[in-house]
Design a protein around this ligand. Sequence first.
Ligand SMILES: Cc1cc2nc3c(=O)[nH]c(=O)nc-3n(C[C@H](O)[C@H](O)[C@H](O)COP(=O)(O)O)c2cc1C
Length: 424
Amino acid sequence: MAVTLVDSHAARVALFVTGGIAAYKACEVLRGLQKEGCEVRVAMTRSACELVGPRTFEALSGHHVTLDLFDDETSPIPHIDLAEWADLALVAPATANAIAKMAHGIADDAVSTTLLACPCPVVVAPAMNVHMWQNLATVANVETLKARNYLIVGPESGRLACGETGAGKLASPEQIVSAALYRLRARGDLAGRRIVITAGPTHEPVDPVRYLSNASSGKMGYAIAAAAAAHGAHVTLVSGPVSLPEPAGVGVIHVTTASEMLDATQDAFATADAAILAAAVSDYRPDKAADHKLKKAAEPLDKIELAENPDILATISADRGDRIVVGFAAETDNLLQNAREKLARKGCDLIVANDVSREDSTFGADTNCVTIVSPHDEETLDCMPKEQVAEAIIERVHDLLEPDDDYLAPSSPDATLLMPKAGA
Ligand SMILES: Cc1cc2nc3c(=O)[nH]c(=O)nc-3n(C[C@H](O)[C@H](O)[C@H](O)COP(=O)(O)O)c2cc1C
């Protein structure tokens, strides 16, 4: 799907190619972006030019390639021209050196100076030797960039060009393009908002190898987290044990038990504007978990004493003040009646009720059939993919949140990422 931004121009991506051995793969990234309807301009470091010729990028992009600040026949101030032109900055591959310069605000060549001047979102695809990647300097620099909401894609683990095996391989061009589109498509109407989302089941240990749980796959919560991030929110996803890839641009905290989930959710909610609690939390846990594997002959497991788990939705709702809280009700009988009672009992803003007895709405399915219950109305959605259900839930949460005065209102409903007001 082509990306079209507010003022109807095709999305403009400034592709920064730095001096990694994977620089040649930036050609595929460029082509992938063009296939998605993006216009791409390229800037390269001196080291990148040692590895791939700028003419290749010039031919592919159809634009002059920015190489030098003071010797550019197309512009007297090339870094500002490119920075202001771009809707998105993409650094691929990003060397350890380029990452360090971005983290520290160093501007000593055309690439680093343009990146410092870019007001748009930045996506970074690191690629380097495993020891360079694991060096604490690089680790700290990457953390600095993440904290500034730069989206880091990869690197992957595998056999590296230097002959070593480990983390440091450039993410695939498809992954990089998809991360760039993800940032570009963000409508940004939740920019500046912090949302905590829970997902998946919890595991309540019986002994070190056995646990009580349920069949939740985590797909609904993960889809909500991805949708919230796509709207520009700062998302913390508190995830029980699931086998799903982490959504791009989302901070994930992995937990196992209900009590760990409560602690992580409360911590994240302390600074959040909204909580969407989609996890299927075990209501009960074994009262005493054995610290060794129970043996069938010596310690038959014919009875498990249960203790009640903390009620995460009720606890978060009790402490919400004027913040938004959304709960889920997975039911097999009396769906709406149970959801209405749950809404009143827990004191939250919305309950998303889903009938898990249906095949197209059950745990693990890719679709969901839900009714969103509020104190004022009930909205039954068609059965649809969980991504679309997630979008509908995020739109309801957006409507419930008061406008954030620190952020400029979008000029149209399709507005792209919002920029903080100067000084905000
Ligand atoms: C053949 C070759 C391959 C290199 N590959 C990488 C790489 O994949 N990642 C990296 O961080 N540095 C790599 N380097 C080192 C960088 O090129 C070097 O740190 C350079 O200063 C980076 O400059 P730049 O960030 O301005 O492009 C490589 C060097 C050579 C000679």
